[in-house]
Structures are given as C-alpha cells and as structure tokens.
Ligand binder design. Sequence first.
Ligand SMILES: [Zn+2]
Length: 447
Amino acid sequence: MVRKLAGSVRIASQLRGQRGVQFLQRERLEAKRDARVRDTVQHAAAHVPHYRDLFRRERIDAREIRSAGDLARLPLLSKEELHATPGRFLSDAMGAAPTLELSTTGTTGVPVSVVHDYRSLLANIAYGERERAAESSLAGGGRYSILEITREGSTSRRIRAFYDARTLRPGRLPYSTISVGEPIQRIIEAIERQRPDVVWSYAAFLETFFRLLVTREPPRYLPKVVSYGSGGMSAEGRSLIKNHFGLAVLSNYSAVEALKLAFLCEESAGFHIHEDLCDVRLLDPSGMAVAPGTSGEVVISNLVNRGTVLLNYRLGDMATAATESCACGRTSAVLAQVDGRIDEIVTLPSGELVLTVQVWDAIAGHPFISRWQLVQRTSRSFELRVVASDRTALEAAREELLAALRSRLPGAELDIVQVDDIPLRDGKFRPILPLETPVVKWPRFPA
Ligand SMILES: [Zn+2]
C-alpha cells in the first residue's frame, strides 16, 4: 500500500502540464526535447554496454550529442542486432525497482524484447494525458469510459496490470476489456451492455468489425469514439466509421520499443509526434533524411526509457511527414501518414476472423523462431513459413506448434514449412498473406 501510494504521488506530480506540452512554443518544445536527448545519450554512454563500447571505439564524446539533430551522427541500430544481443542494450542503473519486459510479435520482422524501467513506466501514465485530452473532447468532455478489445497478454493489458499492482492510478478512467477472439455477436453485446464512450482495438479488427456491422441489424448502442492502434487503417475503413456510422476516429501510434510515438488529434489530419519522449527520423534506403511528403523508414530514439536503451533504432515502419502544421494548434511535428505494420485478417470459411496477433500467440514462446509468415493457400488450408535459428528445436516443437495453430484456425489444414528467408512484398514484411480473393466479400465504401 505504501509502495502504491508512493507510485501514485509520483504520477500525480507529473500529470500537471502534460496536456499543454504539445501546445508549447516550438523553441520551448525543442529545448525540452534536446534536454532529454542529452540526458539519454549520457546515460547510454555511462550505463549501457553497447553504447559505452561504441562511443569508446568510435571516439564519440557523448557530451557533443546536444540536440535531436546530433543523433544522426550515431550509427543506425537494427532489430537483428537487438534480437541477437538484448543484454548489451540494458542499462546497468535500473537497480532493484520492478521492470516490465515486453515483446514484439515479429510483424515487422525479427521479434525483439524490450525492458522498460519503473520510472519511465510510471511517467508513461502521465504522458497518456496528452492522448486522453483528444479522447475526452470527442467523448463529450470530462471522464469517459473505455472498452478495449484486445487479446489476453496484449502489451496494453500487461502495462495496465503493472500499474494496477503498483499504483492507485490517480484519475483512472472506467475501463473494461473483452477478448478479440470472442465471436462478433458477443463483442456487439458487450458494447451494448457496457455502453462505453470509447472503443479501442487493433486497426485491422476494427475495420473488419465495422464492415461486418453494415451487413447486420444496427446495434442498439455505438460508442462516440473509435480508437485504433497496431498498424494502419485504410482510408476506406476510416471513412466508413466516420461517415456511415458517424463516429469520431482516433489512433495512437506506439511500439513495444517506444510506448508513445505519436497520436491522431481531434482534427484527424495527422499523427502528432511525442517529440520530447521519442525522436523520430524518416530516412531513405541510403540513410539520408527524406523531405516532408515523401515516405521514409521510421528510425527512433527512445528518450525516456532507462531499461533497454535504443538510439537510432530502425523500427521497421514507413511514415510520411506532413507538409503543413495541424489546425488544432499543437506545435509538435506531424506525420501525415503512418504505413505501420501490416496487420491483416484471415477469414475462415466459417466466417471467423483470425488476426496476426492471434497467430503470434500460437507461435510466441519459441525463441528459435526468428521470422514467420502464415500463408493462406486455399480457403481452408494454411502454411506457416518459419525461419528458425535452431532446426532441431523446430522439429521438436512441430506438433505443439501445429496444435496451438489449430486451436486458432479451427477446421483448417495446416503445414509448417522451414524456409531460409521470407521475402518482402512491395518493400514490406507481411506476417499474414490471406487469399488474394477473400473468402468473405465485404460491401465497398468510397474512401
Ligand atoms: Zn492536430
């Protein structure tokens, strides 16, 4: 209880002012950002083996990295490198405070694990005020309720569980969850029963969910705001939710490697970057910065986490910087478009939906799987392609993997095929390749 109280006092002290950060004058926002860049780089030089060695070897003086622009002087870091030697990116200054280790699902390539330290996790609650400001204004102001449609063990559920165990969560909003694996009818009933102001889920799920709703009797209740994360939603999907159903659409862009990257504001025109929490650079294949309006690879430096410290890290997403500022008045830099992880849905002949994250749940826990892809060959037959670092381990786990996949893809014929590489398609890694002609045809809507 004392520990919970201490955690809550810490959060409460940081809550004040968060809503205003994104409206600060540019110079003040940049000063805040650059102070965090200096702190992070000096921490890395003193406490993180990879950077301690790098700076010594390359004769880089950490004190010379003084602004976000100077981060470009550091080499790029790949997921493969983090995957291979995660311990080299861990700060030795975490002490005994509890930490939280989160793993990616490998939807942008190699799966990685990232440790978040206690102080930055608690601060993240306060930073959430910035996104809650947009939600609150669209949900009618003041307190509002949220229903989250996620999977058991999702990153957001694990973070919430961490908070619930360690803080009293000042200002905590009424919040409930339902599993994304539930039948659609059960999810509709939960929304009708709980009447949440905001529904949050994965982009791919929400888009399919609302396409399905069009074909059904209208629900007795719909939320005011639909908020999505984990990948992009098509313009057609957003338009369907906004124009056909008349609901507001928000989104948060986050990653296991940086809990807060950017968010869509009330104007829905673009994603405001949390510049003082995470530096975002957009690069072309040669490593040069791309101009606004041109798509580039997202390279991040997490400026708050003192667990796994990542500078100039290739996140695996593509994004485009906006050419104009946003009408909402926030001064932070804006991404016009985030071509995030491609999170596709497989439709089974029974009409059941299977998401990338659900496939990942079947595969997770096998560290020898360094890449994977689920290919739908016919309406009911699938092939899981696996790049394995240990072939013997894959053979030993084959039956267990098949059983886990069968429980997510009921009635499907399944095969596991070991491959040397999984090629990109149109420059992107696609964890799920559904049939070109989907099993269920959705009605079309103008974008
Ligand atoms: Zn805005």
